[in-house]
Design a binder for this molecule. Sequence first.
Ligand SMILES: Cc1ncc(COP(=O)(O)O)c(C=O)c1O
Length: 467
Amino acid sequence: MTMIEKNVQYYAEKGKQLVERVEKKRENMRKKKFDTIAVHGLYSLEDALENNGSIIEPIYMSSAQQYENSNHLEAAQEQQIPSWIYTRITNPTLTYVEEIIAMLEGYKLSEKTSAVLTSSGMAAVFMATNPFLANCEGANIVVDARCYGGTFTIFNERYKGERGLEIRWVKDSLDLNEWEEKMDENTRFVYAETPANPSLNLTDVKALSEIAHKKGIAVIVDSTLATPALFRPLEHGADIVVHSVSKAMAASGSVIAGAIISKNDIVSNFLSEEIKKDFVTYVKFNPMRDHGTALSPISAFFVLNDLRSLRSRVDLMSDNAMKVAEFLNSLDQVECVSYPGLESHPGHSVAKSLMKLADNEDENGEEINRYGYLLSFNVKGGHQAARDLLDQFKIIWTATDLGRVKSVATIPTISTHRQQGDEGRKLASLPSNLIRLSIGIEDVEDIIEDLNQAFKAIQTKSQVQHQ
Ligand SMILES: Cc1ncc(COP(=O)(O)O)c(C=O)c1O
């Protein structure tokens, strides 16, 4: 066939066949186990042969795609043929990762899920929420007050401060009545972060979704701390999931990235039928194209490599975190420990019903709970004691970071949640003696030993001061 005979219809037909082939591949892969999906995604042996045999997915470091002719170009622009066009819109390396994340968040779900990567977790929060805020005069959103500081700030300063949107903060995310009382016909969406950073507060996403959906309100969940290895909000009724992929999904700590995942036909009184049908695809090819929040292919490749071992890594990190939480809980110098795995945690029963390691059962066939890698604890002696303790760590890093293979600690009131101010921190019940500790995959004995020596050092210091 000559180039001229290859008209737009020819490419549209080819596009249809390609979509069917990919759909079949996706259907087959969705039947596999969590780890197999994470390792292979849709990159098959046949794909490798078309890529010089490369067993690892190639990084397409190219700004744009070459077309066979103007008909091919036109068919691509009209989305009649799967195509990546320009790296601000999408890119094949990103597609490998997006397919995996969509399948992992939709693991064992019968409905189709779609994912899009963004340049950061904050870009994901913005791109997942902004489409709900057109003409927002008189509108409100209902939000977990204990969300991540950056999320608090985008809602409080950008949406409320700059656009006049009403933010109805939920102080106790476990209290479903509080959520319900704050929703009305002008609520554009409800927004939960579970577990929340750094309070580790939980939200019963299933119950919340039932309440919100009765009122036609979309449910958006930041599931960064759980990752799909432990909890998949879509399965429990949520419409849209956001992730700071920068965290445990990309645990090596090389890149900043985000993701939005949705299922088809989400609930919303506000969005058009077309947007609700496939929210993520709408976001990817419309607002994201215009706002330019795409991830770089090289960053996507780093994510891809870390994602492959997500489940086993989160398992180990969670196992270590549980032991560290128990250790901290036994110390006199600690006021309280917040970790969903501890029975004393107010959200323990919700966590127990929702946070389960994918594909893991005990000898009785019961699913195994894992409660994640993040915990926080309040140091006796106030803010200065917390600072003194942090300054004593020898192995645990001091950084505004979490979800790493390395253990990392910070004091949120002077770092991650500093920007939301005293008022915001009061709303979020965030004390200044709270240390947030993200547990890595080091040997847990060494992490505990580091904590132990740090507590001993501050005890000695305080004894000397009191002599
Ligand atoms: C729960 C949560 N959501 C969103 C974000 C923002 O992600 P990023 O730093 O990738 O922009 C963070 C960052 O710490 C977070 O902890």
